[in-house]
Design a protein around this ligand. Structure first.
Ligand code: AMO
Length: 438
């Protein structure tokens, strides 16, 4: 088929902007054929674009060119059309567009691997294999718009609070979050790693910029194949000088609340598409200590030995007791990373915290160790190689202020905001133990 060229056509509006009030006006639309229905010679084409759909009605007496173009259309062809808006009671939105001219800009395969109307649901593996097409489903567009608005809200909030956006290396020479979950990279013949977090760099940057944040992908060679772990995930990190865990926890709950308010306000249509409700959480969020968590669990018949991490099954029980956001503070020092500050009054506990939503950990953070000697002790206790941290330790000779920070897992936050149960649903192109493509 000979394709048309876009020429000087410029979109006048998206599908959703076409309303009955525009009756009689000419519009230029671009998008994809979502469905075609023939009814006694009248042809209905549902045109989909980023913002939604609009009914295009080709009457029997349309001009020959329009009739033959509309005859050739199939699902997922990308098209442009100029047409007249018509108020009607015959379409769900009370409006249709009658085309004067149609351009076929690209074609598509006759057999598509999934039904993007979602009427015939496909398994997630099949959908992920055809992800470019799968992402055209309204549900997916809705989920990623919600993610976009949440991240925009978080960024704006942090800008207002005086944080500067920074960019740290992804190719690094030493681990930050423990040695196990690292991907190695051949760096000009030298062994390097993909960064698990911006931890060391964001800490160093508070010496100059004081309040920093970074949004970007980080990498964990996760062996566990769960519905909330990826090998590559997006982290929203902050770090603040002259602050402790208490202060950054207050910032965090405000950030989360602001993201929820924004999504609720700006994404009503997307939430309706997903049949999901976002409740705006009240601040302050509940604060539970690790000891309180253990005792709550014990009452529910779940024993977690003191000092150990809380297993997933126990978190599920806890999530039923606290079905919203809550912090867990005062973790055993040894259960947290080497850079988390032990409590001054009780060194076996630390100033690290997690922010949970139901049973899922969405954020973790804490006050950092700002004293070089203590950091060296903690590195040794964790069995880490001091030499690998030479440059980081050096920074502590140059005036490292007290500081604290946190990192939100963006996909996990999006799960909460969209009601999706599998993290792969809210990741454009998920990477996990068994998936490296597409
Ligand atoms: P942590 O390792 O807890 O902390 O990571 C912070 C947050 O990132 C998300 N996350 C993940 N999401 C998907 N897949 C994964 N494999 C994955 N791993 C982590 C979670 C988690 O709460 N440097 C510290 C943060 C800090 O103290 O500032 C850190 O990386 O939502």
């Amino acid at each position: 088929m000979k394709l048309d060229s876009i020429d000087d056509w410029v979109r006048t509006c998206y599908s959703v902007n076409v309303t009955p009030f525009m009756d009689g006006k000419e519009v230029t639309l671009f998008g994809w054929v979502r469905e075609i229905r023939d009814l006694g010679g009248i042809r209905f084409i549902i045109l989909q674009d980023r913002e939604g759909t609009i009914q295009v009605t080709v009457p029997r007496k349309a001009n020959r060119e329009v009739l033959s173009k509309s005859d050739a259309l199939q699902k997922r062809y990308s098209i442009g059309l100029k047409g007249i808006v018509k108020k009607t009671v015959m379409s769900p939105r009370g409006v249709e567009v009658v085309p004067k001219e149609i351009k076929i800009l690209s074609t598509a395969a006759t057999q598509l691997p999934i039904d993007i109307t979602g009427k015939t649901p496909a398994k997630i593996e099949v959908r992920l294999n055809a992800r470019a097409l799968d992402l055209c489903q309204e549900q997916n567009i809705a989920a990623f718009k919600i993610q976009h608005h949440a991240l925009e809200a978080i960024r704006n909030f942090l800008f207002k609070k005086g944080f500067l956006e920074v960019h740290t290396p992804r190719i690094i020479a030493s681990a930050t979050e423990g040695g196990a979950a690292l991907f190695t990279v051949d760096y000009f013949g030298e062994k390097a790693f993909l960064a698990q977090s911006p931890q060391l760099y964001k800490e160093q940057l508070v010496m100059s910029l004081e309040k920093v944040f970074e949004v970007g992908p980080f990498f964990r060679a996760e062996e566990s194949h769960t519905r909330r772990h990826l090998s590559e995930f997006v982290s929203v990190d902050i770090e603040q000088a002259f602050a402790d865990a208490k202060e950054v926890m207050i910032l965090l709950e405000q950030v989360i609340q602001h993201a929820c308010i924004t999504v609720k306000e700006k994404c009503a249509n997307e939430l309706a598409t997903l049949k999901h409700k976002v409740e705006v959480p009240e601040v302050p969020f509940k604060r539970l200590t690790y000891d309180e968590v253990l005792s709550d669990l014990k009452k529910e018949g779940v024993e977690v030995p003191w000092g150990e991490d809380v297993p997933t099954e126990a978190f599920r029980v806890l999530g039923k007791l606290y079905p919203n956001f809550y912090f867990i503070t005062d973790w055993p020092t040894n259960s947290k990373a080497f850079y988390i500050k032990p409590r001054e009054d009780k060194a076996e506990l630390c100033e690290g915290f997690d922010l949970m939503w139901r049973w899922i950990e969405i954020v973790s953070g804490g006050t950092r160790i700002a004293e070089k000697d203590l950091l060296v002790d903690r590195l040794r206790e964790k069995g880490l190689n001091l030499q690998a941290f030479k440059y980081h330790l050096q920074a502590f000779d140059y005036g490292m202020p007290p500081h604290a920070g946190w990192a939100i897992g963006l996909e996990r936050l999006t799960m909460m905001l969209t009601g999706k149960k599998n993290i792969r649903e809210v990741t454009f192109y998920p990477r996990d133990r068994v998936r490296l493509t597409p």
